[in-house]
Design a protein around this ligand. Structure first.
Ligand SMILES: Cc1cc2nc3c(=O)[nH]c(=O)nc-3n(C[C@H](O)[C@H](O)[C@H](O)COP(=O)(O)OP(=O)(O)OC[C@H]3O[C@@H](n4cnc5c(N)ncnc54)[C@H](O)[C@@H]3O)c2cc1C
Length: 353
């Protein structure tokens, strides 16, 4: 298991709607620094399972680091889903829960720009954190498109109405209830958002929703570097149960003895230290690091969550798959360690932000 897991206590469970519960956490004083976070980041919860020991599920923080004292996530039931129903049904205040420290790359770097935020159902969680943060410490304005089945399934409806009342010039909420307007389609969403195409877009929700929004943005010719996505789905992997990958393919051999051509020389900066390893050509960067006892951040290992993002400072690499990074980030040299293979003989990577 990654060493970035901690067991913390649930301080409170809040019923938001028939299908959604907010879990508020108590963070002990000695872990406060480890649980500092940016708006848009998520926690990964270990949910016990009799069949597999546990499953890992990500839940975005709906609290704001700028105005909420306690960290909170909101879980919405997924029909037929394992963890979400368990969390909504049996979790009570005082329960311990094992979680990874906050992770993720979704969310604006600054809070002063004008944003178009789009949330489908439970996708409101990181968006809520962003909205509160912008309104409290930023200068930007926010337009929110918020799609739900009907009025009763709206999470944070009252809180949003109150924020809109307090900040009428800076927050505008456009509700989309399927009960009234049908499912959002690319064409109709584009019509509704045409005026906002110059803004930075942050889109969050299940796959169907993000697909519609992405297509609406494309039809409005919103540049891809202005579009940021967080897609809610379950992890196929489990960072709590997985053994680290087998050691034999990675090597601690000194740089001079490794066969040239079959591996690259890797220099990596992480957690304030610099390490040197041989990097076999067919082995992904994250595996090389974990095999060598480096506590690199990761969650999904499927290129989706963006947790293992790092930067290539020297040499060339390629990614086997990329679902998290946009073109502008690739141009800056960012890469996902779980998918990265070396292309040149000498590569320097940094995880330092
Ligand atoms: C970065 C991130 C942040 C997230 N934040 C939130 C959040 O704030 N709030 C929130 O509610 N969710 C969030 N999610 C989604 C969350 O992690 C879970 O995916 C969600 O709760 C569903 O998990 P589950 O265990 O209930 O469903 P699962 O058991 O994983 O099931 C999901 C779907 O797959 C179907 N399914 C399950 N098993 C099978 C099978 N064997 N064959 C076919 N179909 C199957 C189920 O019927 C269901 O429709 C987030 C996801 C990510 C990646």
């Amino acid at each position: 298991m990654t060493a970035r897991a901690h067991t913390i206590k649930i301080a409170e469970v809040v019923r938001e709607t028939a299908d959604a519960r907010t879990l508020v956490f108590d963070i002990p004083d000695d872990l406060t620094a480890r649980f500092s976070y940016r708006p848009g980041q998520f926690l990964t919860l270990r949910v016990p399972s009799e069949r597999t020991g546990s499953v890992a599920r990500c839940y975005s923080l709906c609290s704001s680091p700028h105005c909420d004292d306690r960290l909170a996530v909101t879980v919405k039931r997924t029909a037929g889903g394992y963890a979400s129903n368990l969390l909504c049904d049996i979790t009570i205040a005082g329960d311990p829960v094992t979680v990874l420290e906050p992770l993720g790359t979704f969310g604006p770097r600054g809070l002063d720009g004008d944003l178009l935020l789009a949330a489908g159902g439970s996708g409101i969680t990181p968006i809520m954190s962003i909205i509160k943060s912008v309104l409290v410490v930023g200068r930007g304005s926010v337009v929110l498109l918020y799609a739900n089945r009907d009025r009763r399934s709206v999470i944070f409806g009252r809180e949003l109405a109150e924020l809109e009342r307090r900040h009428p010039k800076r927050l505008r909420v456009l509700h989309w209830w399927e009960s009234d307007r049908g499912l959002p389609t690319s064409r109709r969403v584009a019509e509704a958002l045409r005026r906002h195409r110059k803004r930075e877009w942050y889109i969050c929700g299940p796959l169907g929703f993000t697909t519609v929004l992405r297509s609406a943005a494309a039809s409005l010719r919103v540049p891809t570097h202005q579009i940021h996505l967080e897609e809610f789905r379950s992890l196929a992997s489990n960072p709590f149960e997985e053994p680290t990958p087998p050691r034999e393919s990675a090597t601690r051999a000194p740089l001079t003895t490794a066969a040239p051509g079959r591996s690259a020389a890797l220099e990596v900066d992480i957690d304030g230290r610099t390490h040197h390893f041989r990097w076999p050509r067919t082995e992904r960067l994250l595996d090389v690091l974990l095999n060598n006892g480096i506590n690199a951040p990761y969650v999904c290992r499927e290129s989706a969550c963006g947790t293992c993002v790092c930067a290539v400072k020297r040499g060339r690499t390629r990614m086997v798959r990329n679902e998290a990074l946009i073109d502008a980030e690739l141009e800056q040299g960012l890469t996902l360690a779980c998918q990265t293979l070396p292309e040149s003989d000498d590569v320097r990577i940094t995880f330092e932000q």
